[in-house]
Design a protein around this ligand. Structure first.
Ligand code: SD4
Length: 337
């Protein structure tokens, strides 16, 4: 079921999107342990991560295990195996992971490896570096026991071939009821469900925070294009003293404001996770109001007490929460109503 109909049809026990926004875009009391993820498919990833958290495991393990569920899901066309390729037909993956102490690892433009989140973790734990890209990242993965695989599924290959017929770049940016025609036809490549990265944040029973982010990026992007998702500070940031944030949407705009880091800094100043996300969305909207109307960006944040919140530019964003108290998918509030 696609995300939009899923939201309309289930809502998982939360108030419908019409009328007052659900108060659960900000939880009422902090929860620990807790795991939260972008989009409705985050629910399955959360469930996997929860197995670790509920057994008093480390938030970092919960993130990695959860993210691997989405990466392996070939029905998800925007993360990992089965992700839409770039315009040359290559599936290139971006991922990063970070813990509460500032340890982090990232891979960019990685081909042929089904679980970039695990390679990112290995970059973090086994190298003195933070980022490996392209061939170097692949070489590192193969040297460390990962298998080389074909990640282009028949479905995604067919979608790419269909796109090639026109290559007309007319994407749907996950904005409810709206199709975005990019003013720059060479830049925003199009597909349905074009922007569905998974960003995950977790707080474990011992108060350790971690986060991860993994994506195949924009469908039919230029070969070599990297978005915000594997960029520490942009697609993900974790600071154990404060909280963690992650993002989804048009990565270029998130990179321009180092969005997830900014969310964490707003939390450091005393803002709730929701307020912090809202402030960054507002900055993006004010910087270029015309552009902002036509793109989607969503931020998700979790503080080190277990309060969460989210905010997006456009309607249509959702996030999934799992704790001992709740397992829900929540429609995100948005700047444009
Ligand atoms: C990117 N931010 O590559 C990612 C895509 C995304 O939801 O978030 N999709 O720009």
């Amino acid at each position: 079921m696609i995300r939009r109909s899923f939201l309309k049809n289930t809502m998982l026990g939360i108030p419908a999107m019409s009328g007052a926004l659900p108060s659960c875009t900000n939880n009422k009391k902090p929860q620990k342990p807790i795991i939260i993820s972008t989009w409705d498919f985050g629910k399955a990833a959360n469930s996997e991560g929860w197995k670790t958290l509920s057994a008093n495991g480390h938030a970092l393990d919960a993130i990695e295990k959860g993210a691997r569920i989405t990466e392996a899901d070939q029905s998800n066309k925007t993360v990992g195996y089965g992700g839409y390729p770039d315009r040359d037909g290559k599936v290139t993956l971006d991922a990063c992971i970070m813990d509460e102490k500032g340890n982090c690892g990232s891979v960019m433009c990685l081909e042929h490896i089904k679980h970039p989140i695990s390679v990112a973790r290995m970059v973090m734990e086994k190298t003195p570096h933070v980022i490996l890209v392209g061939d170097g990242a692949l070489q590192f993965a193969l040297e460390n026991g990962f298998q080389k695989e074909n990640l282009l599924t028949p479905d995604s290959e067919a979608a790419w071939k269909e796109w090639l017929k026109k290559a007309n770049y007319a994407p749907v940016m996950n904005i409810e009821n709206k199709t975005y025609q990019s003013p720059d036809p060479g830049f925003f490549p199009g597909s349905i469900d074009n922007h569905d990265t998974i960003g995950m944040l977790a707080l474990d029973s011992q108060g350790r925070l971690s986060g991860g982010c993994t994506t195949s990026g924009m469908a039919f992007k230029m070969h070599g294009r990297v978005g915000d998702s594997p960029v520490i500070g942009a697609g993900l940031f974790v600071d154990g003293e404060v909280g963690a944030a992650t993002s989804t949407g048009v990565g270029e705009e998130v990179i321009r404001c180092v969005g997830s880091h900014l969310v964490v800094e707003y939390m450091r100043q005393g803002n709730s996770p929701r307020e912090a996300c809202k402030k960054v969305v507002e900055r993006i909207a004010k910087r270029d109001p015309e552009k902002a109307k036509n793109i989607q960006i969503g931020f998700l944040a979790l503080d080190n007490k277990g309060n969460y919140g989210a905010y997006a530019l456009q309607k249509g964003f959702s996030f999934a929460v799992k704790s001992a108290d709740e397992e829900i998918v929540i429609p995100g509030e948005s700047y444009f109503k």
